[in-house]
Design a binder for this molecule. Sequence first.
Ligand code: NDP
Length: 245
Amino acid sequence: MTKTVLITGGSRGIGRATAVLFAAKGWNVALSFVGNQESADETCAMCERAGFTGNVIARKCDVRDEDSVIALFEAARDRFGAIDAVVNNAGIVARQSTLADMDIDRMKSVFDTNVLGAYLVAREAARTLRSGTAIVNVSSIAAKLGSPGEYIDYAGSKAAIDTLTIGLAKELGPKGIRVNAVRPGIIETDIHASGGRPERAHELGPNCPLGRAGDPQEVAQSIFWLISGDASYVTGSIIDVSGGR
Ligand code: NDP
């Protein structure tokens, strides 16, 4: 039977690459966007061109909103029946700043999306998934590096994702559900423009041991592996996909 993956923030960047990869592997894809319907439609079209044998749906969902998250999971179940994997990917950065200069609205926005939002998605996954399924949370290498002078709030929000991964793997392991995370380094997506530095990937990419920024597909491949049966004995793991950064 065709398997189904639910991907939050699947309309652009890493989420989009993950949606297209799963589609190419023959999975059904339920992806969410928050405001950018055009990008979501484009991702659906890309999935359909990816040698696709499954189906794809895109639903609007703000991960900060409990009802919205519940409705996303309901829509996926209504369309496809069971959900076999959840990629907890939606996330934001705010503009580059030192901690001393950060205002509370910005910090709330980052924590509401990256922590509360991710925990709501993980909670719904914990309520929905059954034995033999898997969750991948999208953390960041910032959780290890701290992002001083740039995004120290974002780094803290991603450290919470690492903790979520470790705790939830222990809660859900006995039920046969695996929980892992990836920590991307600098990946070429729109997120850098959102953080006020559209050239960040080009500026900082060469500073890592592999000497370049990553492609969203390279993160998607790691996410796919963690969900696939090839990683059947891997849970509670957090894998750096950072070019050694
Ligand atoms: P993008 O900015 O390219 O895409 C962000 C996605 O998240 C979009 O689909 C967007 O929807 C969605 N989104 C944003 N806010 C919300 C919300 N409140 N509710 C639901 N969906 C939302 O980001 P990336 O692909 O770069 O990032 C994906 C994940 O990877 C994030 O968690 C990020 O922190 C993490 N990451 C990225 C790195 C990088 O260098 N790119 C490095 C390390 C981690 P819409 O299209 O509708 O706006």
